[in-house]
Design a protein around this ligand. Sequence first.
Ligand code: C5P
Length: 286
Amino acid sequence: MPKLTIQAPAKLNLTLDVLRKRDDGYHDLSMIMTSVAFGDTLSITSGTGGDIRSTSNLSFLPNNEKNLAVSAALRLMKETTLNPNGLNIDIDKQIPVCAGMGGGSSDAGAVLRGLNQLFGQPLTLEQLAKIGEDVGSDVPYCVLGGTALAEGKGEILTPLPHLPDCHIVLCKPNFPISTPALFAKIKTQKLRHRPDTDGLIACLHAQDLAGIARRMFNVFEGVLPNHEGYKINDIKQTLLHHGALGACMSGTGPTVFGIFDDLAMAQQAVEDLQPYHKDVILTKPV
Ligand code: C5P
């Protein structure tokens, strides 16, 4: 049976701006996304007969269309004449769920890329990204990966230069944040602070790591409930105290990340955070 193993990297938001509420209830966004070396690994086996299903190392993950990886495979079948004659997607889940790191979306992006590869690349990445739009707003980006500006609902993508070499510390505090609830709290006309998206893009072109890190900004940090806001700020302060060039929350959180140019400092930050948080990861850009 044809089988393929593929990586699904975690994504981080270097910037996240919410521009306006749309008539369809979604929001127009402007965000700079980047992928990191840390992520999930998917093993896709086709020709298994029967349904499209998933298995994983986490018992609580759904294994039907509620899993974005399965949903992406079903969507690809619906939009094309491709037929795998039964499919199993085994997910080695390392990206914490509901963390703001795009775990489910990245799995979906990897499934679209992986199936296309198994079938001999009949579709372009742009066609796969288009199919991903209906699976989730971050899926088109996850099909392309790298560093990119994402606009509209997240589907209008402009590739950008990669992050310069650096060390990235991820820390996910142990409380959930509801994405729809946070979107509902954003009053776009009242936002007083927004990211300097153009400035950060200029720093990416100049490969100015300190300039990039200084400009990282996420408007959702301003509408967090007090208790969660304090905890996010605490992690940011710890990262900065250990020499991070910048620190920011990713997506709708709660993961916070810091960018370091010095490995020893990044390792020290990990050591300091680990006693208090289960998910603390040292990684690099990809
Ligand atoms: O598309 P996805 O399922 O990832 O979106 C999750 C939720 O995030 C949506 O139900 C919506 O509340 C919010 N959202 C939004 N505008 C976007 C993306 C997501 O309002 N551009």
